[in-house]
Design a protein around this ligand. Structure first.
Ligand code: SF4
Length: 336
């Protein structure tokens, strides 16, 4: 039986008006669902809109169009009281734990603050008991409670950020590049911690990162973003076995394979050109200025979001028989 849909994002747009006639289309018509207990990874280069999606879903930004439903309720139409209750259910972990932790507060104060705001637990003693429990849950100990953020390493600070996010016992966590600022040696530890906590507490994650190999390690399904658009979405196994979108293929080809024989024979797809500006995105397919398979139709027609195999969606004309059979593809440089 399919699990309950906890978050449903439908045709979400988030535009920023920068000035006269300048609109930054950070998120442009993105749709996906996240089921209870699942980890959904969002991946793409910086500036592709993945963090803006997270911030719009949790209500830090208002939406421009479209909707994000949490447990069936429209997040952006919630009244204050509903929003307050919703924030107990959905919490966020940030990229830079140092910036998100108040340097003048002790670890105990940092973790306790959301409990106080939401009036949880009878008194300070009970809250302190909860702080100790959370510190243990994230692999720290009670001796850390009275120290300050600067006394910890980057990995430990991220653990404090996770403990704070768990303080209200949420069911959904948005992890926005939670490991990008950490040393490679510590990244896997934090990913393993998030996986363990998910199992123990039945959490649902939206995991945002630019590193596809890390996203694969934690996600059940992955959505690939490029310039505000989602270009491919499927299970993480299927994405690795059979990536369909040329952008996904390029991202995957950049991940080293531990077997030197396979690694030697592998062809790297190097994307040409810079990421275009989301203020003035290319017409038609937004990826066409860097796509090795671009054909004439790509600059004129925006590719449709199609389900190619079960639960495998892509937005690319290469999978549109009509466009390919019209002779478009034969003219591309990639086929010569
Ligand atoms: Fe490349 Fe065209 Fe597909 Fe876009 S629609 S990814 S430009 S082939």
């Amino acid at each position: 039986m399919e699990k309950k849909v906890l978050l449903e994002v439908d045709s979400l747009k988030k535009y920023f008006h920068l000035g006269k006639n300048e609109i930054l289309k950070a998120v442009d018509n993105v749709s996906f669902k996240i089921h209870q207990g699942e980890t959904f990874g969002l991946v793409g280069e910086s500036g592709c809109g993945k963090s803006t999606i997270g911030r719009t879903i949790i209500g830090l930004y208002d939406r421009t169009e479209g909707s994000a439903l949490y447990d069936g309720k429209d997040i952006h139409s919630m009244k204050e009281k509903e929003k307050f209750a919703f924030h107990r259910q959905m919490q966020m972990i940030f990229q830079d734990p140092y910036a998100s932790l108040n340097p003048r507060s002790t670890v105990a104060e940092i973790i306790m603050e959301p409990m106080e705001v939401h009036g949880l637990y009878k008194d300070k003693k009970e809250r302190m008991g909860r702080v100790y429990q959370l510190l243990e849950d994230v692999g720290l100990n009670r001796d850390h409670a009275n120290r300050y953020p600067h006394e910890f390493s980057g990995g430990q600070r991220q653990r404090i950020g996770i403990a704070r996010a768990l303080a209200l016992d949420p069911e959904f966590i948005i992890a926005d590049e939670p490991i990008s600022a950490l040393d490679v040696s510590v990244q896997a530890q934090v990913v393993n911690l998030l996986k363990r906590l998910q199992k123990e507490k039945g959490l649902t994650y939206l995991f945002i990162a630019h590193d596809l190999s890390m996203v694969k390690a934690i996600s059940d399904r992955i959505g690939v973003m490029y310039l505000g658009n989602m270009v491919e979405l499927t299970t993480s196994n299927q994405l690795y076995k059979k990536p369909l979108h040329p952008y996904t293929q390029a991202l995957l080809s950049a991940i080293p394979i531990p077997d030197p024989d396979i690694e030697d024979q592998r062809e790297r797809i190097i994307l040409q050109g810079e990421l275009p500006s989301p203020i003035n995105p290319p017409s038609g397919c937004v990826f066409r200025t860097r796509c090795p398979h671009a054909m004439p139709a790509c600059s004129e027609i925006k590719p449709e979001w199609q389900e190619i195999d079960e639960n495998h969606f892509v937005a690319c004309h290469l999978y549109n028989e009509k466009i390919v059979s019209d002779g478009n593809y034969a003219e591309t440089a990639a086929t010569k």
